[in-house]
Write a protein that binds this ligand. Structure first.
Ligand SMILES: [Zn+2]
Length: 283
């Protein structure tokens, strides 16, 4: 496969900083409190301010859960002794902690079946299971979607997915559909991070675009399934927050190496940290 030379150099990360939630008292509903004692206004006193308006549902994000989980669902695999080379796509303001998915919430994903090569769906689920095993993040397959892949994909699409963050979208595409797959790029992946005020950033959704015309012929080869599976695993590494490294012994090396079909020590060390991010129940 002469065309299968390198993976996408960087992943697309859309950073969206949400405004802080305005605290609203539980008794601020319309009509006030019926048995409240009338307030006597003394001459010269400032007018009584009107009651605060009822809280509005935010329009740019899901309604927070009433009783969100505050402990991680799973536990990352212990990193290999000695670790290894890894890098993160985005760091918190401290400059060392990676931005990650919230380990207290499941990561939902949907597949876009249009254009998928035969046998490709099982490869995706297996790669997701491997990332889940290593990070401790829980992934939930929500079925299928015909949502088109877009660079500026909205992270909250209540009309399509309901009152929740849009699920991770994984699809097989041509470079006409996804220009980032032009040339010898075989995949593109990234996630969108949000924060509330000055709180930590967390990924809430993302996308993975795989180049169907380039990968389908590889799948047809006798040993091709493992190569494609490793490419999908590499892209899922980007999805959860790994960046490329210059160490050719790691799966996050930017070029496909057909003999390297699983995560290596540095990849595992990075993924263990990405599975130990903060929980942000308000998001
Ligand atoms: Zn890559």
């Amino acid at each position: 496969m002469g065309t299968l030379r390198r993976l996408v150099r960087g992943s697309v990360v859309v950073l969206v900083v949400l405004v802080a939630v305005v605290a609203a008292g539980a008794l601020s509903g319309p009509g006030g409190i019926p048995w409240a004692v009338p307030v006597t206004v003394l001459p010269g006193a400032p007018p009584v301010p009107p009651p605060p308006p009822p809280p509005e549902k935010p329009r740019d994000r899901p309604t927070p859960e009433d009783d969100p989980r505050t402990t991680p669902i799973g536990v990352p695999l212990p990193p290999p002794p000695g670790g290894g080379t890894h890098a993160f796509t985005k760091l918190q303001d401290d400059g060392v902690t990676p931005v990650a998915y919230d380990p207290c919430k499941p990561v939902h994903y949907v597949l876009r079946p249009q254009g998928a090569p035969a046998g490709a769906e099982a490869i995706v689920h297996e790669a997701v299971a491997r990332i889940a095993e290593v990070t401790g993040l829980r992934f939930v397959h929500d079925g299928y979607s015909d949502e088109p892949m877009a660079v500026d994909r909205p992270i909250f699409q209540p009309e399509r997915y309901g009152d929740r963050w849009a699920p991770v979208l994984i699809g097989w595409h041509t470079e006409q559909e996804v220009p980032a797959l032009a040339g010898d790029v075989v995949g593109q992946a990234g996630s969108a991070a949000v924060s509330l005020g000055s709180g930590p950033r967390v990924y809430v959704t993302g996308s993975v675009a795989l180049d169907a015309p380039q990968l389908a012929p590889v799948l047809d080869r006798r040993d091709g399934r493992a190569v494609v599976a490793a490419i999908v695993l590499h892209e899922l590494g980007h999805l959860v927050g790994l960046a490329h490294v210059e160490d050719a012994g790691q799966l996050m090396y930017p070029k496909v190496q057909e003999e390297l079909t699983d995560l290596a020590a540095g990849d595992l060390a990075g993924l263990a940290r990405l599975g130990a991010g903060p929980c942000v129940p308000q998001l």
